[in-house]
Design a protein around this ligand. Sequence first.
Ligand code: CMP
Length: 142
Amino acid sequence: MEFVSQKTLCILKPDALSRDLEDAIAEKLMAAGLQILARKEMLLSYAQAEAFYAVHKDRAFFEELCTYISSGPIVVQVLSGVEAVSKYRTLMGATNPDQAEPGTIRGDFGQSLSLNTVHGSDSLENAEKEIAFFFDPQDFYI
Ligand code: CMP
């Protein structure tokens, strides 16, 4: 089986920044062999949140999700590494922190379904779309 290097999108949500978890999360990423290729701190508008999470627009939690993700600063990062999409999803843990394994980011730091600390792309196809939502190709090199 051939293992290929991939890129994926990581978002540190407002609860990660308000609790100063950036370094602790970066350590977990590094230990898992995931490199941070590009990074920016920003405040998403509600309209940008609606566009980013459009796939969830018919879900009951959509408004809560968009309100939360636009409620404070976030950090968006491009990660790279071997099988980065699945590797980072495993490292994040289950969406609901109550069901996430200890040692995963959400298992260790998540507080609720909304305040679940991080987002990650769920497929290679969506990773490409989500990276392009936030970054231009010249923002990173590899
Ligand atoms: P994320 O990986 O960012 O993708 C969509 C987000 O919707 C998810 O993390 C959760 O934070 C949020 N979410 C999923 N299900 C629910 C739910 N039932 N109620 C509130 N938020 C949810």
